[in-house]
Design a protein. Structure first.
Length: 177
């Protein structure tokens, strides 16, 4: 049995996000931002210090990835997801400040899940091991913050039909259970 793919365009509206349910297949087009634990730590420090973040969190999506360097003629190297649990200590502060869509790999903590429901956010899972295929969905890449973190810097990616599955929805449903 085939399942319809839900097309999402960033910025992702509240209406579109709140309709998502665990198991929904989505294709994201538009801008998504990258960030791993080092960048998350810096963003949380910026928030607590009252500094401006490198991008507006509201209605945006963060993808937990540290892309490999692009080969000649490529926009980006392999860009497979990293294990998301490493972002759990930082995610609640980011969600409280507007982040509602996170993309990564694997299950998250119960504390994260409770904060996700409280903030009406969603967590999308991307299959690990397909970073080379995912790179074909990236049309443009630009480093926008923390360049000294190299591959873990915050990148602005322009993507088309970037595939993911809803792993946790705003109601607390969990695809991993």
């Amino acid at each position: 049995m085939s399942q319809d793919i839900i097309k999402l365009t960033t910025p992702i509206s509240d209406e579109a996000r709140l309709k998502l349910r665990v198991g929904d297949l989505v294709h994201i087009s538009g801008v998504i931002y990258t960030g791993r634990d080092a960048a998350h730590k810096l963003m949380v420090q910026a928030i607590t210090s009252g500094e401006t973040l490198p991008f507006e969190l509201n209605h945006q999506a963060i993808y937990y990835v540290g892309p490999t360097p692009a080969k000649p003629g490529q926009v980006i190297g392999s860009c497979g997801p990293t294990s998301s649990y490493r972002m759990d200590p930082y995610s609640p502060v980011l969600m409280e400040n507007g982040l509602k869509v996170m993309i990564g790999k694997g299950p998250r903590s119960k504390v994260f899940q409770a904060e996700l429901v409280k903030n009406q956010a969603v967590y999308l899972d991307v299959t690990g091991g397909i970073g080379a295929l995912l790179s074909k969905r990236v049309l443009k890449m630009e480093v926008i913050a923390y360049p000294w973190l190299e591959s873990e810097a915050v990148h602005k990616l322009l993507v088309v039909d970037f595939p993911a599955i809803v792993a946790y929805d705003t109601f607390g449903n969990d695809i991993f259970e």
